[in-house]
Design a protein around this ligand. Sequence first.
Ligand code: HGY
Ligand code: MN
Ligand code: MN
Length: 412
Amino acid sequence: MAIEDITGRIARDLEHLKQHTATPGEGCTRLPFTKEARDAVEFLKQLMAEAGLEVSEDAAGNVIGILKGEDPEAPCVMMGSHYDSVVNGGDYDGIAGVISAIEVARQLQESGVPRKCNFVAVGFCDEEGMRFGTGYFGSGAMLGNRDVEYCKNFKDTDGISIYDAMKGYGLDPERIGEAKWPAGSIGHFLEAHIEQGPVLDAENIEIGLVDCIVGIQRYMVTVHGRADHAGTTPMDMRLDAVDAATKVISKIPDWAREKADGTVATTGYINTVPGGMNIVAEKVEFTVDIRSKNNDNINDIARRIRAALDREVSAMGGSYEIDTKLVITPVNLSQEMLSVMEESCKAHDYSYKYLPSGAGHDSLEIGQVLPTVMIFVPSKEGRSHCPVEFTKYSDLAKASVVMAELAQKLLG
Ligand code: HGY
Ligand code: MN
Ligand code: MN
């Protein structure tokens, strides 16, 4: 099929999906176990069925389409990404990879080339962790890494647990274990994704061959002080949670800069309680998101945060606790599969570049245990996780051609 026609199909599907957001006109907000997620999943099911896939939705809320091979028992080739988003995010993060997987299934069908193994297209639920502060829920459940306890443990800002959100969505969280695929049933995992960074766009390169994904550690820190009158309480009598917390928060970026190897650390959320301008804060909650290709760097920054909290919070006279949300190590992706994609890029005269991923992806969870590879397409001006996120459909089409050729080779 001509690249223009492939581009047209991808454009049609992603343009349709843009409507499934809780914040129309203000970017994509498609959180897990919501109406927007449900509407997007029903559309993905329709596309998968039209592509001739055997469609199902698993116990974790992942949507799955199977293109049967001659030997359905052989380890499958799986391709996918996530259908959820951040709040006020972009229209391509995750979902473009789900549509790319369905597009690869179409191309495999249209090629008429026989396939030994099954090709499986997947839309994962809750990769971002935006609602419950976690991450990789759907892909983790597929690997057997999520249980009922986990679902009860994490709650959103309204106090709704994953467990209750799943029930409200029509899933039975008690059956989360059923989302696990049998050991050995998945042979390879492929993911197409927007770069979400500036490299490919700045260098005018069409395809990114991702050789590694950073490790990530995420924490929610709560510092407890004492609420007091902002006017009458002398400075030396206060237990000011903001005073202690900000002395720690302000140091975190420099600890990342000192590593001078691309290590990053972010405090994306800070909340004071009760939040009155004339009340000394009783409590401060803040998040920490630390990432690096070097896991020792992540551990070192986490250690320094704990040491600074010990120092500053005890000096203030208060207390603190750290809620661990995510700990995942860096992953190197399959050089064998990358080499196959490199040959495809050369054959099609697509410009390409090897690069690491500073964003986490379902491939980060899956790549811990299975042969995994990612392909990137450019993000305009490197912008992502915001409404101006943009990727050319023609770039996604080229990536789908490269991925389809890799999938065909792997399918035997
Ligand atoms: O946060 C990330 O790196 C990804 O967008 N989930
Ligand atoms: Mn994202
Ligand atoms: Mn993503």
